[in-house]
Design a protein around this ligand. Structure first.
Ligand code: CMC
Length: 402
């Protein structure tokens, strides 16, 4: 009663106060905890930025060393998990595997489950509660790369690799991926750094669909592993984290620069979507897309240029000048160039959303922690609907129905 649908798609509904990430979509500004994304991409690392997003300040040397150690020492996954991974079909989408793997992982850690331990498990002001929360955060970030690498290897029928010590976060990930199948594979420092920059850029983006899903799911006080699994499921869709994969499929289908005008016409006839363009918040270019474009050049120096690059550039240059897209304020987003880098690095196409989800666990956890520790505790997220179905009617036995 008295309700009306006022904001389909949540275009203008703020559900939480947050101190984590600031976006000005008109000016193309993105800041984590006040620091411009351009400065972080240039000077920081993914793990230092993770610390910043989660705890709100840049760490001291000692704090960063401890944080790195905690995260990296949690990269091992229990040997029993091998059976779980081997239960998937050889052609399972790796996002389906990763999503399930996070929920599976939660079954190991009853200490993080408010259903088992009591609803006040993660409350503000209690040291052991905060330590418990931190442990889950280290675990999820530390194991995310290992779970992703396992999802990758199981499809190739290859043995799993124990995460080696002494490497960086992305170095260890690339090592476990050993994705080019080379003997004694050592990650190239350029690719390791490029992936670290991409991870940092993907670490958070305030209340996108997946982060909102994590918070909505977490608001029922479910354990953080289940909330992260829900976030993965949301990210998987082609309008969100699946867009980097969709961009490559689109470029392959366009085929060559000469076919770009015809493709854009089909988008205008609404037969196709221009993947990698458009954003709910940015009405100008996504600031991350400039950094990614530069990173692509660094990567191509090592890997060689991706053959789709010419088509991508022709599409980009034509779309940003085309009145249809300009009028609708559709500009390149983070996914437009990232897929080309992943492809050049040799990752399979359907693995791209995984490369989005792995770093994004950081942002999800930062928002989850902020929500759990907010003053007054968590309130379950339960929106309302406006019912427009049938009025009351009586049940009709099956023999009497028309
Ligand atoms: N191609 C063609 N037309 C588009 C596109 C696009 N990529 N995006 C929006 N439009 C049109 C849309 O049809 C509408 O036109 P009209 O007003 O004539 O009906 C207008 O632009 C406004 O778009 P909207 O659908 O109201 O925008 P939204 O905020 O609901 O959707 C979006 C945002 C990202 C889902 C959408 O732009 C889109 O589908 N983009 C392609 C997929 C993509 O690249 N997603 C990645 C987003 S960034 C990273 C992430 O979140 O994962």
């Amino acid at each position: 009663k008295g309700l009306r649908v006022s904001d389909k798609g949540f275009l203008n509904t703020a559900v939480i106060q947050s101190q984590i990430t600031y976006i000005d979509g008109d000016a193309g500004i993105l800041r984590y905890r006040g620091y411009p994304i351009e400065q972080l991409a240039l000077h920081s690392t993914h793990l230092e930025t993770a610390y910043l997003l989660i705890y709100g300040t840049l760490p001291s040397e000692k704090q960063l060393r401890q944080f790195d150690n905690e995260v990296m020492s949690h990269s091992y996954v229990h040997a029993d998990a091998e059976n779980f991974f081997r239960s998937f079909r050889y052609d399972a989408h790796p996002m389906a595997i990763l999503t399930s793997a996070f929920a599976y992982l939660g079954s190991y850690y009853g200490e993080a489950n408010p259903s088992l331990q009591g609803q006040k498990l993660f409350t503000n002001g209690d040291r052991s509660s905060l330590a418990n929360m931190d442990r889950q955060i280290f675990r999820i970030i530390g194991k995310a790369t290992t779970l992703a690498a396992m999802a990758y290897r199981v499809r190739q029928g290859r043995e799993f690799v124990i995460p080696p010590a002494g490497l960086s976060y992305t170095g260890q990930f690339l090592y476990q991926m050993d994705h080019l199948g080379q003997e004694n594979y050592k990650p190239s420092p350029v690719l390791e750094k490029a992936l670290d920059v991409l991870f940092l850029l993907h670490a958070d983006h305030e209340l996108n669909a997946s982060c909102t899903t994590v918070l909505q799911t977490g608001s029922s006080l479910v354990d953080p592993y289940s909330a992260i699994a829900a976030g993965c499921a949301s990210l998987y869709g082609p309008l969100h984290g699946g867009a980097n994969e969709a961009v490559i499929r689109m470029l392959i289908s366009i085929g060559s620069p000469g076919n770009v005008p015809a493709f854009l016409e089909s988008v205008k006839r609404r037969e196709k979507v221009l993947s990698g363009f458009g954003h709910r918040v940015y009405k100008t270019s996504d600031p991350r897309s400039f950094i990614i474009r530069k990173t692509a050049d660094e990567v191509f120096k090592v890997t060689g240029k991706d053959e789709l690059m010419e088509t991508a550039m022709a599409l980009h240059d034509a779309a940003i000048k085309d009145e249809y897209f300009v009028k609708r304020q559709l500009a390149p987003n983070v996914d437009f160039w990232s897929g080309l880098i992943y492809r050049a690095m040799g990752f399979p196409l359907d693995f791209f959303p995984v490369l989005f989800a792995v770093p994004r666990v950081v942002g999800w956890l930062a928002h989850w922690r902020q929500m759990m520790l907010q003053e007054g505790g968590v309130k379950i997220w339960r929106p309302r609907q406006v019912y427009v179905g049938s009025a009351k009617r009586d049940y009709v036995p099956i023999g009497n129905r028309p």
